[in-house]
Write a protein that binds this ligand. Structure first.
Ligand SMILES: [Zn+2]
Length: 487
């Protein structure tokens, strides 16, 4: 970046932010590797993060438990913030009470969707069991350095951080080299009739982008220090399989060998103990290679030989036992989750059913798995069927793009040189929908969190460490501004 451009940006910043350091300070620290020394291209982000925290508190107070969602109320609140900034948001209606909200900062009169950057996060949250919470999950309570509440992490923290980065661009009056689109979506948790899939079908022209930032990644905090950053570039594909056993019903006083409950139980037992073969994808290989550099010696030893012909198989077993996420990153998984049979204690039913939740690695097909499971069960009374609404396999996002390398460089710099690794998430996100539409979507949840913090997502007492939130707002703002401001 030339000094002329740099000084122009700085003067914009000084105009909007009295906390920005002097030009002299900036001059002493020229940007390295295209990444600015502190502050970000739009100045000090501490004030911005405080505003974003207030937005987040208000968003948590709006109960968007899905179902029913009621995201329209959150969408209107977000629209009011954007309007105050002189941005024109648009509510995209999906079903009664359910809307998404979109806004765009333009780089030129004629948009180039292939260059545009989409900042996407979802407004809906999963339900709560209030009896397990020590505070009101929709009270927006701040306590012990945390914001407590359903959605404080998943995914309202991303909504607020995206909003902050987006508004920073607007306030900076900067010259954009691409359109930047802010999008808060509905129905991510149920993936139903108000989801991103429907939104894309109805309103793609308003959302179309070449790049996106979404949830799905993570900044892993261990013993109070950031260990590594995972940038989600791929995800497993979710689907359900029904297992139905049919047999002879009748009086329970005269049982026969055709009792479907027994056939189902045997099938579920076999399936539950089945381990699918390992299939190391290129992303998972890269991830394990990176982890080997930061894990303890014993773990690293196995990570290093995971792909070798002599010790690979043993290493895969050890690592699978060590960490259920690693296990799931290496193979298709099948988890029996529901059982259903019988209406009375003294009646043998004629049918018994189970549901299996399946997570396929990208590139694997369910037909192969079904074939393996049928062979394993080997019972003509038992039938396996893929249930409707199976997830679709999407291509990986590329780790060769300029944007990916900018994300990794900026994350590494923000967290003191920690490894930034491509990540395959075992859970599903909306990014698969975007990838199916040729968007290079990257999962980045920029808030450093311990395993315990992370484990409360979808659970009891979900809470976000506020210091991590402030740093995450800074990181996201740096990434977004660096990528979208003309140098
Ligand atoms: Zn989420």
């Amino acid at each position: 970046m030339s000094w002329k451009r740099w000084s122009f940006l700085i003067s914009c910043v000084v105009a909007i932010c009295c906390a920005a350091p002097s030009r002299a300070q900036i001059r002493q620290n020229p940007p390295a590797m295209g990444i600015p020394e502190s502050p970000s291209l739009v100045g000090d982000t501490a004030g911005l993060a405080r505003e974003a925290q207030d937005w987040l508190v208000e968003l948590v107070k709006i109960n968007t438990t899905n179902p029913p969602g009621n995201e329209q109320q959150a969408a209107k609140y977000i629209a009011s913030i954007l309007t105050k900034e002189g941005i024109t948001p648009e509510l995209l209606d999906l079903t009664p009470g359910r809307s998404a909200v979109v806004a765009r900062l333009r780089s030129s009169a004629v948009p180039d969707p292939s260059k545009a950057l989409l900042l996407v996060a979802h407004m809906d949250v999963v339900g709560v069991d209030r009896s397990k919470w020590s505070v009101d999950p929709f009270g927006g309570v701040i306590k012990d350095g945390y914001l407590w509440g359903r959605g404080s992490i998943d995914d309202k923290s991303m909504v607020a951080a995206n909003l902050a980065a987006f508004i920073a661009l607007k306030r900076g009056s900067v010259h954009l080299n691409r359109d930047v689109i802010f999008l808060a979506t509905a129905d991510e948790e149920q993936f139903g009739e108000a989801s991103l899939k429907i939104l894309i079908a109805k309103y793609w022209d308003k959302l179309a982008a070449g790049f996106a930032i979404n949830e799905g990644g993570k900044v892993v905090l261990k013993n109070g220090k950031v260990q590594y950053v995972g940038v989600q570039v791929a995800e497993k594909v979710a689907m359900n399989i029904s297992v139905t056993a049919k047999g002879k019903g009748g009086h329970a006083s005269m049982p026969s060998k055709e009792n479907p409950v027994v056939h189902l139980a045997a099938a579920v037992d076999k399936i539950g103990n089945y381990t699918a073969p390992v299939h190391l994808t290129s992303i998972v290989r890269r991830y394990f290679e990176g982890l080997a550099g930061i894990e303890d010696d014993e773990t690293a030893k196995w990570l290093r030989v995971i792909d070798t012909p002599d010790r690979g198989e043993h290493a895969q077993r050890v690592l699978s036992d060590m960490n259920p996420m690693w296990n799931s990153m290496m193979r298709d998984t099948i988890a029996p989750t529901m059982l259903q049979a019988g209406v009375r204690a003294n009646v043998i039913p004629s049918e018994a059913k189970a549901v299996l939740n399946v997570r396929l690695l990208p590139g694997d097909t369910v037909d192969v798995l079904l074939n393996d499971l049928n062979k394993l069960v080997n019972d003509p009374a038992v039938k396996l069927e893929v249930l409707p609404d199976a997830g679709l396999a999407a291509p990986n996002s590329s780790i060769e793009t300029e944007f990916y390398s900018l994300i990794t460089k900026t994350c590494a710099k923000e967290f003191g040189g920690v490894p930034v690794l491509p990540f395959l998430s075992t859970g599903a996100t909306d990014s698969a929908q975007l990838r199916l539409h040729n968007v290079q979507a990257y999962g980045l949840r920029p808030f450093a969190m311990s395993e315990q913090d992370d484990a409360r997502v979808h659970g009891d007492e979900e809470r976000l460490p506020l210091a991590s939130f402030a740093k995450g707002v800074d990181l996201l703002t740096r990434i977004v501004t660096e990528f979208s401001i003309t140098h």
